[in-house]
Write a protein that binds this ligand. Structure first.
Ligand code: PLP
Length: 389
């Protein structure tokens, strides 16, 4: 029945554990879920108001495939103002979330057998999108010894004549690692003189802690700007996951044109109301709401980090961004599926097994939930680990 092509896809472990937790909850079990990949906050009022106004004013027609002139201009303005990147509106395409941006990019640039370098642990979707495009994922393993960041030497060793892309993510889902400007300069130095493109997923750029400032990969040098496709969206930083707004920006005309053609023959433009609603978020008009959410994430990060690190047998690196803690369980259990399913069955706590992110012996704990739930959940994890058999 099924195409060969579709059979390369594996189901998402994140979605599987979330569904299992939901089923158990429906059966009346006392479940606390820390598997969510979305903020628990509501969308800012300024965004909702713009959407309501768009509905009232008949914004119900198709738009240009890449997005309205107004939204493309707002994205170009945002990338200039916040990221020091000089993209023209014609170099930007709006997609149905950043997941769709990534999907379109890999469909447009990858041929059978092309290699795509993916630092591990990685976001669950990366290998699947790469495999579906016919590409071969090549993983660079990282751990706590390098703060879950790849080194220039590792990158150099991973590049072969078949390497087409480095798929990069800072701040990282699931580890919360953030690459500094000098980290990125060192990576840029390795790429200089190669034909490797960079796809830079900057979804969590605004969820940063400890007064860090974000550096966009493409802003490092002219050379990096010309080889990078920047991907971003509003799901995480503006709490708009269900609105489905992502975008890509790229100075290479052939790539942008190909993606517009692909999108024109598949989804067409993203919905018109969301394009209107995105404008205040892109123009900085809801920055106060964004900062309120960021500050709450930082407070919860501190609390959850302290509580988890106090559990004998577990250890965790302090994340500098995003809203996840990537917890090492190797002192008690290396099999992350076993650890996470027992934890869910015995305590009602749902977390995502490291296996889904490419590293066994870990779980991902999302702190995109309220303080009381975090305390209760980590209390249950503590009792579970202390009695682990
Ligand atoms: N990139 C990363 C690293 C993510 O964690 C996610 C969502 O979980 C996305 C991209 C996709 O976000 P969206 O499709 O909602 O824009």
């Amino acid at each position: 029945m099924l195409s060969q092509r579709i059979q390369v896809l594996s189901p998402s472990l994140t979605l599987a554990i979330t569904a299992l937790a939901r089923d158990l909850k429906a059966q009346g079990k006392d479940i606390l879920s820390f598997s969510a990949g979305e903020p628990d906050f509501d969308t800012p009022q300024g965004v909702k108001d713009a959407a309501i106004e768009a509905i009232q004013h008949g914004c119900s027609k198709y738009t240009a495939v890449a997005g309205t002139p107004e939204v493309l201009k707002a994205i170009a303005g945002k990338l200039k103002r916040e990221n020091n990147l000089d993209y023209k509106p014609s170099q930007i395409v709006v997609n149905v979330g950043a997941k769709h941006s990534l999907f379109n990019i890999f469909q447009a640039i990858i041929d059978e057998g092309d290699e795509v370098i993916i630092p591990a642990p990685y976001w669950v979707t990366y290998p699947e999108i790469v495999k579906y495009s016919g590409g071969t994922p090549v993983y660079i393993e990282t751990d706590e010894s390098s703060d879950f960041k790849i080194t220039p030497a590792q990158l150099k060793a991973a590049i072969t004549p078949k390497t087409k892309v480095l798929l990069f993510n800072t701040p990282s889902n699931p580890t919360g690692a953030v690459y500094s400007k000098s980290d990125l300069e060192a990576i840029a130095e390795v790429l200089k003189g190669t034909n490797v493109l960079v796809v830079s997923d900057e979804m969590y750029e605004k969820i940063l802690f400890d007064n860090l400032t974000f550096t966009s990969v493409a802003s490092i040098s002219e050379d990096m700007f010309h080889r990078t496709i920047t991907v971003n969206g509003l799901s995480k930083s503006v709490a708009m996951p269900g609105w489905r707004f992502g975008y890509l920006a790229c100075p290479i005309k052939e790539i942008v044109d190909a993606i517009v053609d692909l999108q024109g023959q598949s989804t067409s433009n993203i919905n018109t109301i969301t394009q209107k609603a995105a404008i205040p978020a892109l123009n900085g008009d809801v920055d106060v709401d964004i900062e309120t959410m960021r500050a709450a994430f930082e407070r919860r990060r501190n609390m959850a980090y302290d509580l988890l690190n106090n559990i004998k047998g577990l250890s965790v690196m302090k994340p500098e961004g995003a809203f996840y803690l990537y917890v090492n369980t190797k002192a008690v259990e290396n099999d992350s599926m076993k650890f996470c399913s027992k934890l869910l069955e015995e305590t009602g706590v749902a977390v995502v097994p490291g296996l889904g992110f490419g590293s066994d012996g870990y779980f991902r704990f999302s702190f995109a939930t309220d303080d009381a739930t975090i305390k209760d959940g980590i209390g249950r994890i503590k009792a579970f680990v202390e009695n682990y058999k």
